[in-house]
Ligand binder design. Structure first.
Ligand code: HMG
Ligand code: MG
Length: 314
């Protein structure tokens, strides 16, 4: 059968508090972010990216990173991570006791320059002041390679660049590289092509995928990645998200859309879907607009219909 070879268990890496809130026009109050992360910690998620120690001039939405990291309740068994672009970011992350950080760069020069104001080579150079000292301090380091499947400025991106960056980052000591479809242009056949290339040289446990859902292909892309053996998938509750330096990028794949599909296919995540839905509703209440998650809309519609039926019957 087509899907017999899928992994039985999938690890979901929640990026809503970071990728999600970095792209909200409205400044979300720090207390709401903390309540959101604390609620996510109760869902069974094992990895939550909570904020970014980037320049507040570049991402003012996450200027309260230190306060967020200090005030969240760290639940045992949950890994809390944050984006770090440079040595300054690492120092800030270490000051508040982060146990995991994530570095990031792009597979296309123009997006990299727009996002971190450096060439790819200079970004890798700057990572030497981040990755090694972080590891020496006992901090785990993950990495993102953005624009693997297409760049908002350059269009097509050679998958060989992603492979090269994965190998370089691995040598530098990151434990996993997440391959980003930053603008949401990937298709499942392309995902298979890129992963075939990368997985020929990088162990499967060290590769994750990160799909934005601009064109509605994120779930299909996940299925292609799972069929290639990938077991870690990034997602953001409600479908929050987007890179402010990638025009046209919309939200991430919604965590509940992913988890609902996986569970209905008999794949385990360890995540409580009902609790996840409550996190999405909480996020909707403080971002002040509807979130794009399909499962959320369907589920709330079902709830409203059964409430109306119960009221009629009463
Ligand atoms: P720069 O302007 O070239 O750096 O920015 P700089 O060294 O000249 O610093 C400028 C100012 O920022 C200085 O302050 C620094 O002190 C300060 P001033 O002297 O002017 O008062 N600064 C910092 N402050 C706090 N924390 C820091 C920090 N660094 C410098 N860490 C820089 C270079 C990398 C800092 C900047 O470009 C930046 O922060 N970029 C981040 C952009 C970003 O966060 N983008 C979104 C995340 S990536 C993403 O979403 C994609 C992903 O989801 C995967 C996918 O979807 O593909 C991960
Ligand atoms: Mg992203």
């Amino acid at each position: 059968m087509l899907f017999d070879s899928l992994p039985r268990r999938v690890t979901v890496y929640e990026v809503g508090p970071r990728d999600g809130l970095q792209n909200e026009a409205r400044q979300v109050p720090t207390g709401d972010k903390i309540a959101f992360i604390d609620a996510l910690s109760e869902t069974g998620l094992e990895h939550i990216e909570i904020t970014s120690f980037v320049s507040p001039k570049w991402i003012p939405q996450l200027a309260d990173a230190a306060e967020v990291a200090t005030r969240v309740t760290r639940r045992p068994g949950v890994g809390y991570s944050a984006l770090v672009p440079n040595k300054r970011g690492l120092d800030r992350a270490l000051e508040v006791g982060m146990g995991e950080i994530a570095v990031f760069l792009s597979a296309s020069e123009t997006h990299n320059k727009k996002n971190v104001n450096k060439t790819i080579a200079d970004t890798l150079d700057a990572f030497t002041q981040v990755i090694e000292p972080a590891l020496a301090a006992g901090v785990k380091v993950r990495a993102y390679v953005s624009t693997v499947f297409g760049c908002p400025y350059e269009g097509e991106v050679d998958p060989a660049v992603a492979l090269h960056l994965c190998k370089t980052l691995r040598q530098m000591g990151v434990y996993q590289v997440s391959l980003g479809d930053t603008v949401g242009v990937a298709n499942p056949a392309q995902v298979e092509r890129v992963l075939d290339l990368v997985l020929a040289e990088v162990p499967i446990a060290e590769v994750a995928v990160h799909f934005h859902d601009t064109q509605g292909t994120a779930l299909a892309n996940c299925l292609a990645a799972l069929a290639c053996g990938v077991t870690t998938i990034d997602a953001a509750v409600g479908g929050l998200g987007g890179c402010p330096y990638a025009p046209g990028a919309s939200g991430n794949l919604a965590t509940e859309d992913l988890v609902a599909m996986l569970h209905s296919m008999g794949l385990e995540t360890g995540i409580d879907l009902e609790k996840l839905i409550e996190c999405s509703r909480l996020a909707e209440s403080f971002v002040g607009h509807d979130l794009p998650s399909k499962y959320l809309k369907a589920h709330l519609g079902k709830r409203a219909r059964s409430r109306r039926r119960a009221e009629k019957g009463a």
